[in-house]
Design a protein around this ligand. Structure first.
Ligand code: FPP
Length: 236
């Protein structure tokens, strides 16, 4: 029974397999990313309906800049198109969109699309969709360290008063820890995704490629989460 399931508060998805999905159909990789973007919209709305509070998705890593110029350009164009036109249904579901990642070297056009959707949804109160874009977990920790050091040097923070809550508040977004990380396509790696936030997350690696990770697969993931016993370092 759905109502008996524990719904994770914060779910992370590494949306892997768009390229393979397209190649298996004789389509261009771009078509795979476009289909992946459609899946993201559906999953986001479904997660909101189920009562998930935070959904973090890995849309573009700092390392993804190493891909061909054509693929990077397409992903940037897709991002502008999604945030400017395609996210209305998500907005209608009262979803708040935030971003994690470095702004440098994103173009003005991309940043504008990101800033507009952030502003447009800032008062929404249901699910928070955290889009990791130009994101790297190690870089996030580096940026956090620099920001805190600078505050220490200015005398605004005393070293002895630094707590785990301080660290969290200097990450790109101050979100609760990840409960559950899903990576589609059968790959079993974290690939620099939310290293700090994933400390005690449960992991799940379904074989399905991201464009096919639809409502049924999402529900299967939730059922799998409910089979896990979380220990947080104890021996319960
Ligand atoms: C990994 O699959 C996927 C990406 C690098 C991009 C993820 C982007 C989306 C799902 C679109 C959502 C977009 C926005 C703007 C929110 P892959 O290309 O590595 O697949 P492969 O491993 O099969 O080659």
């Amino acid at each position: 029974m759905i109502e008996d399931l524990v719904i994770p508060t914060h779910i992370g998805i590494i949306m892997d397999g768009n390229g393979r999905w397209a190649e298996r159909r004789g389509l261009s990789r771009s078509m795979g990313h476009r289909e992946g973007a459609n899946t993201l919209k559906k999953i986001c709305i479904y997660a909101e309906k189920l009562g998930v509070k935070y959904l973090s998705v890995y849309a573009f890593s700092t390392e993804n800049f190493k891909r061909s110029k054509a693929e990077v350009d397409f992903l940037m164009k897709l991002c502008i198109e999604m945030f400017s036109n395609e996210f209305q249904e998500i907005i209608d579901h009262n979803v708040r969109v935030v971003f994690s990642g470095r702004r440098e070297p994103l173009t003005k056009k991309v940043l504008k699309a990101m800033d507009e959707i952030t502003e447009k949804t800032k008062n929404n109160t249901s699910l928070v969709l955290n889009i990791c874009f130009n994101y790297g977990g190690q870089t996030e920790l580096l940026d956090m360290t620099k920001k805190i050091s600078s505050e220490v040097l200015k005398g605004n923070i005393q070293v002895e008063n630094i707590t785990l809550d301080t660290l969290s508040s200097y990450l790109y977004q101050d979100l609760p820890p990840l409960d559950f990380v899903i990576r589609t396509s059968g790959e079993q790696r974290l690939s620099n995704f939310m290293l700090y936030q994933a400390s005690y997350a449960e992991f799940y690696f379904p074989e399905v490629l991201f464009p096919d990770f639809l409502e049924n697969e999402f529900m299967e993931a939730i059922v799998e989460f409910n089979k896990r016993t979380r220990k947080f370092g104890g021996n319960v």
